[in-house]
Design a protein around this ligand. Structure first.
Ligand SMILES: [Cu+2]
Length: 265
């Protein structure tokens, strides 16, 4: 299971000291088009998701070549963000510079999750016209999001106010699937994968937030699940346990109540 927000944070290795700053001496200041910028930022996420992903922890030369060859739509979307925000705010400029460097190297494992989260936070805060879903994680339950949740693009913010690490893994039930979520999660992997499709994931340590964007949240029946083992108090402990490869000795949070239905209309 992937805890996107957490997993990425660990692998952060792309130190970008040369983050782009807009020069802007030669052109008159153009107006920012926030609606276009917000839409373009969702298009960036969609285009990134559509890239071929490296199989292992490191990108092979073949992976890198495939990423470079498929990077065009990402660059188009980045350009649209820049065009919409002529005076590009720093978190956005940092993310654009990072992604362009990846477009050149083709190394998708160089994504810096801190920069990624900073730009998602920026757009969550400024894209007031977008559907924004706020979910609070406590020990051991989800609170929110406010309903109704409607189909289309959605920005998700997970706020961890608990004492343990939490994640929000969002699955969509297959159409016509009516069994309870607990039953579906207990199925063998192949069968469970047919009943529940991974839609989005994010994770945060105690007191932290994390963000994710779903380009097109389809109408349907969803379930939010936290798989973090009981007693995981820090992100360091979480990653150490993941890397050890050993089975957790405590049950996952969803067995303690951290599982919630979500209907998208
Ligand atoms: Cu949890």
């Amino acid at each position: 299971m992937v805890a996107a927000g957490l997993a990425g944070g660990l692998g952060a290795c792309g130190d970008d000291d040369d983050a782009g700053t807009s020069t802007g001496d030669d052109a008159p200041a153009a107006e920012a088009d926030l609606v276009a910028a917000c839409a373009a930022s969702v298009a960036v996420d969609d285009a990134l998701d559509a890239l071929p992903q490296p199989e292992g922890d490191e990108a092979t030369e073949e992976d890198k070549a495939a990423t470079r060859a498929a990077f065009g739509p990402v660059e188009d979307a980045l350009q649209a963000v820049e065009d919409a925000l002529p005076d590009t705010p720093e978190p956005v400029a940092d993310a654009i510079a990072m992604l362009r460097a990846i477009g050149e190297s083709g190394d998708l494992t160089a994504i810096d999750e801190e920069i990624g989260q900073a730009v998602e936070e920026h757009f969550f805060d400024t894209c007031e016209d977008d559907q924004r879903l706020e979910v609070t994680a406590v020990d051991y339950a989800f609170e929110g999001p406010a309903e109704p949740v409607t189909a289309g693009p959605a920005r998700i913010r997970l706020i961890n106010t608990g004492a343990e690490v939490h994640e929000l893994i969002l699955f969509r039930r297959a159409d016509g699937e009516t069994r309870p979520a607990e039953e579906l999660l207990a199925l063998p992997e192949a069968e469970g994968g047919e009943a529940l499709t991974f839609t989005s994931g994010m994770g945060a340590g105690p007191g932290d937030d994390s963000y994710a964007v779903v380009g097109d949240l389809e109408a349907g029946s969803y379930v939010m699940v936290c798989f973090i083992p009981v007693g995981t108090a820090t992100e360091e402990a979480y990653f150490a346990a993941m890397e050890s490869g050993e089975e957790p000795t405590t049950p996952p949070h969803f067995t303690q109540g951290m599982i919630q239905e979500l209907t998208v209309e």
